[in-house]
Design a protein around this ligand. Sequence first.
Ligand code: GS8
Length: 222
Amino acid sequence: MTDELKLLDYWASPYAVRVKIALKEKGITDYEIQQEDLLNAKSQLLFEINPVYKMIPVLIHNGKPVCESLLIVEYIDEIWKENSPGLLPVDPYQRARARFWTDYFDKTFITFISKLWSQRDEIQQDEKNDFINFLKLFEEELGDKPYFGGNNFGYLDVALIPNYSWFYSYETCTKLSIVSDCPQLIAWAKRCMERDSVKSSMPNELKIYEYVHDLKERFGTI
Ligand code: GS8
């Protein structure tokens, strides 16, 4: 049976980009994308298939919806395990470690980001330091490896790289200096960007900047 796949998407969402990268890593390109209008009117389908969170991304595989980006990435990794090296590490300890860092990232990053976007003025130096120190923890975890997954681009790489399209906006709107403060992270991001799966899934950083500008205008924080 041919797989029927549909992704409920929002073009700017780093969570949805995770799913697109994971699918591409597995060689899956033949799927339908439904763009959601998150700012104005979500589709009835989204309410029906993700009644708990009502959020994208949702991947519908042969009629069955899978919600939450990281769970979708794991699902893709399991279902198409023959298609490419696994995204999650084989070793249980490394697997737990990759999950620890993705979990920590998702719980913590959002608090920084909400603060960045909700402020009208340039953020305080100590808040900038906290954000950079947060990113530096990931630089330490990366160490000398080419990818978080070691020599293989893996689960933690898929989880983190979509945020790179937003770095230009962070730097421009909040005067953060990620490029100079986190050179190893930037080198890793550039390495990831050379991959077809990443390159073809990431929104353009200038388009994201325009979007951020519109959002800040809408929420009166410009
Ligand atoms: C987060 C998804 C999310 O925030 C995941 O999939 O990993 N934990 C989830 N989705 C946002 C769009 S991206 O900013 C969303 O759907 N928002 C709609 C809403 O909040 O109503």
